[in-house]
Design a protein around this ligand. Structure first.
Ligand code: A3P
Length: 258
């Protein structure tokens, strides 16, 4: 335990996340038609949610016109009452979801982003929006304390930003639908989604877009305006250590970036 956080199965969590994950493991039964959007916070979750909804809305094969999508939280929703295909998003690691997610045939899209931009986005959110006064160095130190199978589409924010049409097509193909790619990209542009979002989260847009605070700059490489060389070196060392032997390195975020 460190302050408000508990270390559980190798990850740091607020206690309520652990309760939520236990409820999900106990009550959520994945279906083959389920679409699960998985991400670490600030890696492009809101954008991916909107894109998935837009793809389904404009699909000639799966038409889906629901108003908004739900977080995977059985405390708040009865997951058996949602129409198929059910779309969920979660920030929980795969090992915290029911084991049958791996075997049910449900489709998982995992989005990730360069850790430096993810950190800067998170720091801004906590500092400016949640009123936490924490210096970038302190927040960075916390951040530093703190992947492929069939059925998982692995996406990066940088790929989506660099080649949106190509990657929306990849998502649609993965979901098995033919959609109007250019329309989807336009509908889910940063400006459009930010325009649709509200300060309060009331009156949710069809795209699932709720809060204005989830839209800041929407660019690749803003970390250069915030992180020192020492901070960047520390992140590179952590990425190297965590990903050793996995075939992943920070270069995956350079491909296709705008
Ligand atoms: P920045 O803070 O770097 O601008 P999440 O939805 O996972 O919380 O991620 C939020 C980040 O995604 C923010 O990054 C936000 O501006 C960016 N974002 C949201 N919608 C976007 C879009 N349509 N295009 C590009 N970036 C978007």
């Amino acid at each position: 335990v460190d302050g408000q956080r508990i270390r559980h199965k190798g990850f740091w969590f607020k206690p309520e996340f652990i309760t939520a994950s236990e409820a999900i493991r106990a009550h959520y039964t994945p279906l083959p038609s389920d679409i699960i959007l998985a991400s670490f916070p600030k890696t492009g979750t809101t954008w991916l949610k909107a894109l998935t909804f837009s793809i389904l809305r404009h699909s000639s094969t799966i038409h889906d016109d629901r108003d908004h999508l739900d977080n995977l939280n059985p405390h708040e929703v009865d997951t058996t009452k949602i129409s198929c295909p059910r779309v969920f998003n979660t920030h929980l690691p795969l090992s915290f979801l029911p084991d049958t997610v791996m075997t049910s045939g449900s489709k998982v899209i995992y989005i990730t982003r360069h850790p430096a931009d993810t950190f800067v986005s998170l720091w801004h959110l906590y500092n400016n929006k949640f009123g936490t006064e924490i210096s970038i160095q302190e927040a960075f130190d916390d951040f530093c304390k703190g992947l492929d199978r069939d059925g998982v589409l692995f996406l990066t924010y940088e790929e989506l930003k660099g080649k949106p049409e190509e990657n929306v097509k990849r998502i649609a193909d993965f979901l098995g639908c033919k959609t109007m790619v250019e329309k989807v990209v336009k509908e889910c542009s940063f400006e459009n989604l930010r325009g649709a979002s509200k300060e309060t989260g009331e009156g949710v847009h069809w795209s699932g877009t709720k809060y204005k605070m989830f839209f800041r700059k929407g660019v690749v490489g803003d970390w250069k305006n915030h992180l020192t060389q020492e901070m960047m070196k520390e992140l590179e060392d952590i990425a190297e250590m965590k990903w050793r032997g996995s075939g992943l390195d920070l270069n995956i975020f350079n491909n296709n970036a705008s």
